[in-house]
Design a protein around this ligand. Structure first.
Ligand SMILES: *Cc1c(COP(=O)(O)O)cnc(C)c1O
Length: 438
């Protein structure tokens, strides 16, 4: 048994001695993660080192402020760990300033927007239903309550060679018409390369700042598997827990010293109080992992696997929006396979078979967001497990059997057993302890 597995096991034992109800729930969740195939594009499995840094003594400390300028005593080592995280983030993305304190991606966006915009100011973004994010101007979100979003389109014409991709000419038109102060690019459900240089040209032409929210693709950008938003973007925000494979959290970066100062202020004391120092410790470790050559290899395999999965699903009659993927995710249009099949049913049936996905609208989806005609699939988590193209083709086959049978009971049972076998053959990082737990 690996050393880290002993730690994982003893941590759960320790919890169980005090609180068996909570320990049992955590153990069941561990088993669920170990024995199902995680295809949600925004999820991943962190290393044992990242996992356990979040359970460390760093959680006990108040460290409001920034390294060297805290509002509490006793921050010597908190300064060191935050500096380590900041330095590694800067090295990873090749930029001058990093704020590692955002509790999440949405918090990173809130702080960045507060630094770059005044209430009522206009910014441009992609609609949620086209692949954008809640924090990019939805009416029910702070970004739509306090600011004035305008939206740029995709190519919606099926005959256009760039069908379902960003329509850069239309982005320019929208921005020249509305003169936003800020242009936002970077998405939650967009499978193609983002042309940051093109966005910067448009921003310069209409006098806007460019913000790239690379929440999904950060791990690919850090390894040049997707182009880096620097030097094009004025500000870059991201999560740390998706392709970057760190703890749940956010990160804001820039090369501009004045903007960096504004961002630090709007993050704290603007929208947050004390930083989550245990998470910042885990960010330092995750950024360290991402700086290693192994991680570049991982990022390349993530994309290869996504392309293999997209290809295998296409062969089985599903349509992948925009015709494929350049990154870690794809949107599967279920309609060409079966006009009555909804994303909601597909998600439910696949989950029963141990294949974890999320329903997702496709561009111009005729169904509501609660139902949808599509599924979003991603390969960050399965690639962490060591799955390769052969496993991707098996996954496509299993997905197709479950959906073609409309979640029929015996098919579901058979596929569930195959999923378990695959998961046992390729276990999670540091997961051998789970056998002891179960
Ligand atoms: C996931 C995501 C976020 C938000 O991250 P949270 O940590 O869930 O707040 C922000 N922007 C984009 C584009 C995302 O995909």
């Amino acid at each position: 048994m690996h050393h880290d597995d002993h730690i994982a096991e003893s941590v759960l034992d320790l919890i169980r001695q005090q609180d068996s109800a909570a320990a049992d729930i955590i153990a069941r969740e561990q088993t669920r993660q170990a024995s199902t195939i995680e295809l949600i594009a925004s999820e991943n499995h962190v290393s044992p080192a990242v996992m356990h840094a979040m359970g460390s003594c760093l959680t006990n400390k108040y460290a409001e402020g920034y390294p060297g300028a805290r509002y509490y005593g006793g921050c010597e080592f908190h300064d060191q760990i935050e500096d380590l995280a900041r330095d590694r983030a800067k090295q990873l993305f090749g930029c001058k300033f990093a704020n590692v304190q955002p509790h999440s991606g949405a918090q990173a966006n809130a702080a960045a927007m507060m630094a770059l915009l005044q209430p009522g100011d206009t910014f441009a973004a992609l609609l949620l239903k086209d692949g954008g994010h809640l924090s990019h101007g939805m009416k029910i979100n702070f970004s739509g309550v306090f600011y004035n979003p305008v939206f740029y389109p995709l190519h919606y014409d099926a005959k256009h060679p760039d069908f379902e991709r960003i329509d850069y000419d239309a982005v320019r038109d929208v921005c020249l018409e509305h003169k936003p102060k800020l242009i936002l690019c970077g998405y939650s459900a967009y499978p193609r390369i983002i042309d940051f240089a093109r966005f910067r040209e448009i921003a310069d032409e209409c006098g806007a700042l460019l913000m790239a929210d690379i929440a999904h693709i950060a791990g690919l950008c850090a390894t040049d598997v997707h182009p880096n938003p620097f030097p094009h973007a004025h500000v870059v925000t991201t999560t740390t827990h998706k392709t970057l494979r760190g703890p749940r959290g956010g990160l804001i970066m820039t090369n501009d010293e004045d903007l960096a100062k504004k961002i630090d202020k709007s993050l704290f004391p603007g929208i947050q109080g004390g930083p989550l120092m245990h998470v910042i410790g885990a960010k330092a470790i995750a950024f360290g992992e991402a700086l290693k050559p192994d991680f570049t290899d991982y990022a390349k395999r993530v994309v290869k696997n996504a392309q293999a999965l997209a290809g295998a699903l296409t062969e089985r009659g599903y349509r992948i929006t925009s015709g494929g993927t350049d990154n870690h995710l794809m949107l599967v249009d279920l309609q060409p396979k079966d006009a009555n099949l909804t994303g909601a049913d597909a998600e439910k049936w696949l989950e029963a078979a141990g294949l974890i996905t999320n329903k997702n609208g496709i561009p111009n989806d005729p169904r509501s967001p609660r139902v949808t005609s599509g599924l979003r699939l991603g390969t960050p988590a399965t690639t962490t497990r060591g799955f390769g193209p052969a496993e991707m083709s098996r996954i496509a086959d299993m997905i197709d059997r479950v959906l073609s049978s409309s979640g029929d009971e015996s098919t579901t049972r058979t596929v569930r057993a195959e999923v378990s076998d695959l998961c046992e053959a390729l276990p999670l990082p540091g997961a051998a302890a789970l056998k002891a737990v179960r």
